[in-house]
Design a protein around this ligand. Structure first.
Ligand code: UDX
Ligand code: UDX
Length: 428
């Protein structure tokens, strides 16, 4: 099939590569020319460059919406939906995609929302198409959310645990069946075929639930610290119940990224808008924003004043396997330490370029040894293997004071403390 992807970002480019791998011809459009140069991905994602290279004959890149959309049977909207600041996501870019489709489609076309959107966005897009597109064409809107995690995005997209699409009628459903037919031959998984609003809700509810799971364990961790329990053991004990499951019960400085913070707020906003306030989500967000502050509090308890102290952040990306620093708890910690007058160093194996954009006063370090040399404290912000692999003697040898705040619970408290590290983690 001939497909178009609008927005060559973390979701769009991965989706394009995977559709090409399935044998479709894919036109990828982005408004930023460097992102559609055809020279591989503009961000770090394991396996993506290989997949793009292997399928280059079926991938065509452009900044011109007309070139991307004109002959496409299905157009996937993968533009960002960044937060507006009041809880709502900015849907302007998505609206622009609908305008582009209306203007450039020259035969029947299905516009599919991949971007995470509040329920009923599909209705809005359909209105634009109904009014603006050439009346002789069939133009329709569907929802087909992705569930990929950055860092494992290629694997997640090629081997999804479910495929969800919501359509307005059987014609559109059959179109999406044809898109995914080759994938189901390679990888069998449940397919949920539903209406557009339910599909939009599945994505929002899934992200909100996962974020709530993380905040739940972080709230449990705070109580564990007071009563002398170990949150990891508690999470293991809970996780053996298959109704609960162990995944996403890792306590620490909380969740970041382009999805959970924004989607929790957007879902809470939608709930209020429809008169069904969802207070659990307000608490999910509040617990999460307390987590990075707890790391700073632990630092102050050890160092007393932060002014004039040198503090090293170990990791800056919002999770390992990516150079994405959007809403990373590390950025909040770094800014707060700078505001307190500390000198902040940051080590990250791949996200270094982004550090100065986020926190101008922080110093990026390419070497772990140099980042820790003479520091008064270290804060683990991202659970990269190279950071989790540090031993007590590394901190003791390199640092001025071996104070370690482990924001991802990657080290054994007993082991660290036995060897002289002034060690604090979350809920242990
Ligand atoms: C995606 C989803 O689309 C978002 O809704 C979800 O919540 C998170 O994942 P993501 O792929 O991470 O967003 O965003 P980003 O990596 O910023 O990619 C968006 C791309 O769209 C960018 O390359 C941007 O240049 C492009 N874009 C945006 C356009 O081409 N045109 C526009 O008008 C706006
Ligand atoms: C998430 C969803 O997992 C994915 O299905 C959806 O499509 C997009 O949003 P992503 O944001 O890429 O994916 O990463 P994820 O692995 O979910 O981690 C999100 C954040 O939660 C990270 O900052 C991570 O460190 C944090 N996290 C995760 C925890 O703090 N504890 C956990 O137990 C798990």
């Amino acid at each position: 099939m001939r497909l178009a992807i609008i927005g060559a970002g973390h979701v769009g480019l991965v989706t394009a590569a995977v559709f090409a791998e399935l044998g479709h011809e894919v036109r990828v459009m982005d408004s930023v020319p460097e992102r559609v140069s055809g020279d591989g991905a503009w961000f770090h994602e394991d396996g993506l460059d290989t997949l793009l290279e292997r399928n280059k004959e079926r991938l065509f890149y452009t900044t011109d919406p007309a070139e991307a959309i004109a002959d496409a049977e299905v157009v996937f909207a993968c533009v960002g939906t960044p937060p507006l600041g009041d809880g709502r996501p900015n849907l302007v870019y998505l609206e622009q995609v609908a305008w582009m489709v209306a203007e450039h489609a020259n035969h029947d076309v299905l516009l599919v929302e991949k971007s995470t959107v509040p329920a009923r966005t599909g209705e809005r897009l359909q209105q634009i198409l109904d009014y603006e597109a050439d009346g002789s064409l069939y133009v329709s809107v569907a929802s087909n959310p992705e569930f990929l995690r950055e860092g494992t995005a290629v694997y997640d997209t090629l081997s999804p645990d479910r495929i969800v699409y919501g359509t307005r009628n059987t014609r559109d459903r059959d179109t999406l069946r044809r898109v995914y037919e080759p994938m189901l031959k390679l990888h069998d998984c449940p397919v949920i075929e539903t209406d557009v609003a339910s599909s939009e809700m599945i994505k929002h509810a899934s992200n909100a639930f996962l974020a709530t799971k993380i905040s739940f364990i972080n709230a449990v961790a705070a109580i564990c610290e007071e009563v002398g329990a170990d949150v990891n053991v508690v999470a293991d004990g809970m996780g053996h119940d298959p109704r609960i499951g162990r995944q996403f019960l890792n306590a620490g400085i909380g969740y970041g990224g382009s999805c959970f913070p924004k989607d929790v707020d957007a879902f809470a906003h939608l709930a209020r808008e429809v008169g069904q306030p969802f207070h659990i989500l307000d608490e999910t967000r509040d617990v999460n924003s307390r987590q990075w502050k707890r790391a700073v509090h632990k630092l102050k308890q050890e160092l007393w004043h932060l002014e004039g102290k040198t503090i090293t952040l170990l990791g800056f990306a919002f999770k390992p396997g990516t150079d994405d620093v959007r809403e990373s708890p590390a950025a909040y910690i770094a800014q707060s330490l700078v505001d307190e007058g500390a000198s902040v160093r940051v080590f990250d194996p791949i996200a270094l370029d982004q550090i100065r954009n986020e926190v101008r006063q922080a110093d990026p370090f390419f070497s772990l040894t140099e980042a820790l040399d003479g520091a008064d404290a270290a804060v683990v912000c991202t659970d990269w293997d190279v950071i989790a692999g540090l031993a007590p003697h590394d901190f003791i040898e390199w640092m001025r004071q071996p104070v370690v705040i482990d924001g991802r619970n990657v080290y054994s408290p007993d082991h660290m403390r036995r060897h002289g590290v002034r060690y604090h983690s979350f809920g242990r």
